[in-house]
Design a protein around this ligand. Structure first.
Ligand code: ATR
Length: 287
């Protein structure tokens, strides 16, 4: 796995350093996922979880770089701050204003956002569902939704309606996309009048706060997909509602989590890992 040092062949080089930054971060599955990808691809990495409050993140990231950090995943609530700490940004990070993947390049950070591509890969490749032409209802207008909206449009969905508890945030997000023919907003209380959707995406954090979403059954079209970007306990309510309401396809965000990590892994190591074994282990309760 290691190339010996030609001058000191008895000394093995240290594994390259990677980390996930978040707040809280103790329950992050990213260390498990990245260590598994690395083992499967014979890469020696040291991947840790580092808790950093938003006000401490800049200093913590600088220390990580000084200690030889080569790349980092970024999770809630640091994705927006991460974008401001980068010298260069990839296309998805620039348009979303959020970074979930940091890569050390020329003594500075380069930021990417792999969340949207991860969502599309999960739906299109793992679940083999065609996104093209779908009428989409997006619930929520926070960071999670902003991170995937452009990729959904690029994947060929027909139209996206954004509904958010605070309508101004939905309007601001739609304005940012600036594709009025394909993205519109509506009030939550009007959901019952909007007709049926082929794809309902839950991007709210309601369940994480122990709150339920009020949704009318009239939004379900035949053969529709319900997808919760949350996973685990935070996805139980919405997915149970979706099954009971007649959605044909019902999925949580665990696959998206693994796919966004795989795209980050490819950015760092140049290989696209096989995601299926890790996904299956996570579904079985591993990680
Ligand atoms: P994230 O980065 O996870 O998206 P966020 O930016 O705080 O976090 O956004 C959370 C989203 O969940 C928002 O769209 C929020 O609605 P508001 O903009 O009105 O706050 C939504 N949300 C949270 N609790 C909710 C609830 N009980 N009902 C409906 N939407 C809720």
């Amino acid at each position: 796995m290691f190339e010996p040092d030609p001058i000191r062949p008895d000394v093995l080089p240290e594994p390259a350093r990677y980390a996930v930054f978040g707040h809280p971060v103790a329950h992050s599955k990213s260390p498990f996922i990245h260590r598994r990808f690395a083992a499967d691809n014979h890469k020696a990495i040291d991947y840790r979880a580092i808790d950093a409050a938003p006000e401490d993140f800049g200093v913590a990231l600088a220390r990580f770089a000084a200690d030889g950090g080569r790349g980092a995943s970024v999770t809630l609530p640091l994705k927006g701050i991460a974008a401001g700490l980068c010298r260069t940004l990839g296309e998805a990070a620039r348009r979303t204003g959020a970074v979930n993947t940091l890569t050390r390049r020329d003594d500075a950070w380069h930021g990417d956002n792999t969340d949207g591509a991860g969502l599309v890969a999960d739906i299109a490749e793992r679940w083999r569902l065609d996104l093209r032409g779908r009428r989409v209802l997006v619930l929520g207008a926070g960071g999670a939704v902003a991170g995937v909206l452009f990729d959904l449009l690029e994947a060929g969905v027909d139209h996206v309606t954004i509904v958010n508890r605070t309508p101004e945030r939905a309007d601001a997000l739609a304005d940012r996309v600036a594709e009025p023919a394909r993205v519109s907003t509506a009030y939550w209380q009007d959901l019952g009048t909007l007709g049926a959707f082929d794809f309902v995406l839950n991007g709210t954090s309601a369940a994480r706060h122990g709150q339920r979403l009020e949704l009318p059954v009239s939004i379900v079209a035949p053969r529709a997909l319900a997808y919760d970007m949350n996973y685990g306990e935070a996805a139980i309510d919405f997915l149970a509602w979706a099954r009971a309401t007649g959605f044909e396809h019902v999925h949580d965000g665990l696959g998206m989590l693994v796919e966004q990590a795989a795209i980050a892994f490819r950015i760092w190591h140049g290989v696209r890992p096989d995601t299926e074994p890790v996904y299956r282990e996570l579904v079985a309760g591993g990680g």
